[in-house]
Design a protein around this ligand. Structure first.
Ligand code: IMP
Ligand code: MG
Length: 183
């Protein structure tokens, strides 16, 4: 779905389709170099990471495995609480594996810091994080991300997997949701 189709719902574009494509290709090249011969397991966090995972892995030139988790933070719909519930768990054991979590966005950081600890507690050899977006001003806990697509302001964004009330995930770009949509 493109910008013209969402009209005034989006007030500003953060990353165009072309910018996403070239940045994701750069990240893929870094992942290739860092994980050569390491049998990396990419763990995508549903549903937001679907686009990132699809584009990242197709730009990679090394073998990889893919698994998925779905998690939800307790609390109100828009605020992360840090108390995380697993809605869909990994299919396979990760003991001794080099895991790279693939995420759409790091906002407060609460979800990812929980997830990293959870995966480490299962015996993963190493757990790193790749995120398309990061909001440094929103951080409540420090989460070290090895790969970051773009640092962005605190605004609520949609597209490229990111939703508002389950909509806008299929935008080909990332944009700031207009305030009139939720205020
Ligand atoms: P956390 O606050 O870092 O724990 O982020 C939790 C989750 O909130 C993310 O994985 C996203 O699914 C969602 N989220 C945070 N900021 C945004 C946003 O700007 N747009 C859409 N979803 C968001
Ligand atoms: Mg998410």
């Amino acid at each position: 779905m493109d910008l013209a189709s969402v009209g005034t719902d989006v007030e500003r574009v953060i990353a165009t389709e072309e910018e996403l494509k070239s940045r994701v290709a750069e990240l893929a090249a870094q992942v290739d170099a860092d994980y050569k011969d390491k049998n990396v397991l990419l763990v995508g966090v549903l549903k937001g990471a679907i686009m990132a995972m699809a584009d990242l892995t197709r730009a990679m030139q090394i073998h990889m495995e893919m698994d998925w988790m779905a998690v939800s933070s307790y609390g109100s719909g828009t605020k992360s609480s840090g108390v995380v519930r697993i809605l869909k768990d990994l299919d396979r054991d990760i003991t001794g594996r080099n895991v790279l979590i693939v995420e759409d966005i790091v906002d407060t950081g609460l979800t990812l810091s929980w997830l990293r600890e959870n995966l480490l507690s299962r015996g993963a050899a190493d757990v790193q994080i790749l995120t398309i977006l990061r909001k440094p001003e929103a951080a409540k806990v420090e989460v070290e991300c090895k790969y970051v697509g773009f640092d962005i302001p605190k605004d609520f964004v949609v597209g490229y997997g990111l939703d508002f009330d389950e909509k806008y995930r299929n935008l080909s770009f990332i944009g700031v949701l207009a305030k009139h949509m939720y205020e």
